[in-house]
Design a protein around this ligand. Sequence first.
Ligand SMILES: [Zn+2]
Length: 168
Amino acid sequence: MVSCAIATCRNTSAKISKNKDGITFHRFPRDKERRRQWEVAVNREKEWSSTLSSAVCSEHFVAVDFYLTESGLRRLSMEAVPTINISPCQEPEPTITVTKPVDIKPTDTEEVIQLKHKVRRLEVIAESRKKRLNLMWQSKRRLKKKLERMACLIKNLIKIKKCIAENG
Ligand SMILES: [Zn+2]
């Protein structure tokens, strides 16, 4: 059984399931430095340290921390560090699993229900990717404008310099 390393989180692999609840468990990184980042992030007692089986559940990562493999599996990106829903002092934040409830009909088979949950998770990830992409486009546009302004400024400075050289 895997349990979440976040002290205030009660999620265990025995209690929740990926297909039903959409919650996944993610082991601490092997890389020493990143492992240390996670250990700090989970905010446990001083004497606590992670083991090979330590994991954090998906409720503590933001949507952009996840990516999809070509086969549609949800994976955690390399830079991801648990950041949300860690301490009771933090404002609870929505997670990838807190989404619109999936529309399940009484006639749906277990397989159909699982697929519906999967589709919903993929939708959430796609949505967050789209948002990130949009932000990148926006900042690209902003930088382009800035560049144009700078070019204009430089042109003017050159003009002024010429003026000064000619008159003085
Ligand atoms: Zn957890």
